[in-house]
Design a protein around this ligand. Structure first.
Ligand code: SF4
Ligand code: SF4
Length: 498
């Protein structure tokens, strides 16, 4: 892909806060959803006439519905602890990308319309009415937040800018100012079943092609089944896994694991997508509709377990909300958690010796791991706290000999977003994506230089796509990024265990 024209940030040896650059990203805004994209989700096609009143009313509704939102808007003491924690601020220097400043865009409107002091003494409490200028700032800067929750980790009150940004997007959708990328994709999921708009025949064809490819490579009859009734496992995975590099190598890894462990599995053509972009636009109704496809598919196919593939925000939605959105799951086998992550499945099989892995198969690589922000700070894996960090690492370490950690200030719960999360993975935001990737690129650069790292693994489809696009802007090869199950796929010795 040709590089977009803007200056990429310079990689520094030691990360340092940027010089303030007022308005540096004021020109970066995603394309607005068309009337058709809006209508498909039940939102007004364009900005409604009385949009100010409607926006304030919707904000009021959300304040009543989500107690946390009001607490977040009321409790900031302007201590400044969050100011240098956002990757978009660190990569751009725009002070409006400081989490507290982003929150203030909503806080000012909240104060003006919902607090006594804001109504009568607006100048005293920094309160502002909802105007076109404010709405434009909302559209710009709430689409420069990937909802990664890093700032909330450092805030003494735990104020979560991600929730504020979701609420802002929900308000904007309801007055007819939606974002094209997210809303178009959600429409495709409703209509065709996945983000890519991949129809069933194309899906079947693609998976048959993968069966042939693996047979050629390994001689083994590894299946990639679609719509198989009575399979044990329904695999719900990001649609990028079906064909894009390096995602598809991960899918091949899952299939080899299931094959080797003798677990029957299937994907569903009606729920051929793990992603749930409704999270990004803050719409509970849309999120539920998307999640219900999984329930419908599980019931129709009569599966016993639901396993999610490598997708960060999909796992955040699944782990945190699947039961509320689409449960109860009493019809599944109670011996397994609902849902289960593919890393949990592989980890458990490795632990009981059901897989034969040859780590030397990856000896051409020195690998580090990028913790996906959604998995790190909005979910867990397995039975013990921190499982979301330890389980993927255990799977990787069982599959290779040379693993290196990046700076601990950038991993585990302190990980940085890749720069493309939260519904921002579109070409119109490439400048923001490249600049927002800076903190991760600096940490990667350090281990490349000092420890000879050659590859960076990820367990998130958005992270993999984002890194594939932005690595070249920092002088790295885009094939440096690998799926965790790609490493498993390389190491697994098929046919050596029952
Ligand atoms: S949630 Fe993430 S992207 Fe949003 S303001 Fe906080 S650190 Fe920045
Ligand atoms: S860390 Fe929390 S309380 Fe302090 S300025 Fe940021 S949001 Fe406000």
């Amino acid at each position: 892909m040709a590089k977009a024209k803007f200056e990429s940030p310079e990689l520094k040896e030691y990360p340092e806060p940027p010089a303030l650059a007022e308005g540096a990203t004021g020109h970066i805004r995603p394309f607005v959803a068309s009337p058709e994209h809006q209508a498909a989700l039940g939102f007004p096609g364009e900005l409604v006439e009385d949009w100010q009143d409607k926006a304030v009313a919707k904000l009021g509704e959300l304040l009543g519905k989500y107690r946390s939102l009001q607490v977040y808007l009321d409790s900031c003491v302007k201590c400044g602890a969050c100011t240098d924690k956002c990757h978009y601020f660190l990569g751009t220097g725009d002070p409006r990308n400081m989490p507290v400043a982003r929150q203030d865009l909503m806080r000012q409107v909240y104060r003006r319309h919902f607090t006594l002091a804001g109504r009568f003494l607006p100048w005293l409490v920094d309160a502002k009415p909802m105007t076109r200028e404010v709405l434009d700032d909302w559209y710009t800067y709430f689409h420069q937040c990937s909802q990664c929750r890093r700032c909330s980790l450092f805030c003494p009150y735990g104020i979560d800018t991600a929730e504020i940004s979701m609420a802002a997007r929900e308000v904007m959708d309801h007055v007819g100012l939606g974002q094209k990328y997210c809303n178009e994709i959600i429409g495709k999921v409703h209509k065709i079943g996945n983000n890519l708009g991949l129809p069933e025949p194309a899906l079947v064809d693609t998976l048959e092609g993968l069966e042939e490819e693996v047979k050629e490579d390994t001689g083994a009859d590894v299946r990639f089944p679609v719509d198989v009734e009575g399979a044990d496992v329904l695999l719900v995975t990001p649609s990028a896994d079906f064909f894009a590099e390096p995602h598809v190598d991960g899918l091949i890894g899952y299939a080899k694991v299931f094959h080797q462990a003798g677990i029957s599995w299937t994907v569903s053509s009606e729920a051929s997508e793990a992603a749930n972009f409704a999270l990004f636009i803050g719409s509970y109704e849309q999120m539920r509709e998307i999640a219900l496809r999984i329930r419908k598919a599980a019931l129709k196919l009569g599966v016993k377990r639901i396993v999610f593939g490598e997708c960060g925000h999909a796992w955040r939605v699944a782990y945190s909300f699947l039961n509320t959105l689409a449960g109860p799951w009493g019809f599944l086998d109670p011996a397994y958690p609902v849902p289960q992550h593919i890393c949990e499945v592989t980890h458990e099989l490795i632990a009981r010796g059901a897989l034969d892995l040859d780590p030397s198969a990856n000896d051409d690589k020195v690998v580090t791991l990028h913790d996906s922000c959604n998995i790190a700070r909005a979910s867990r894996m397995g039975e013990t706290p921190g499982g979301q960090f330890e389980i993927p690492r255990a799977v990787i370490k069982a599959s290779l000999n040379r693993f290196v950690e990046m700076d601990p200030e950038t991993t585990r719960e302190r990980t940085f977003c890749c720069g493309g999360g939260g519904g921002l993975l579109s070409d119109d935001l490439m400048e923001l994506r490249v600049k927002g990737a800076l903190p991760r690129m600096e940490a990667l650069n350090a281990v490349v230089k000092e420890q000879g790292v050659t590859h960076m693994a990820a367990i998130c489809a958005i992270c993999k796509s984002q890194f594939t696009a932005v690595l070249p802007y920092y002088g790295f090869d885009n094939d440096m990024v690998v799926s965790v199950h790609q490493l498993v796929s390389n190491a697994i010795r098929l046919g050596t265990k029952e």
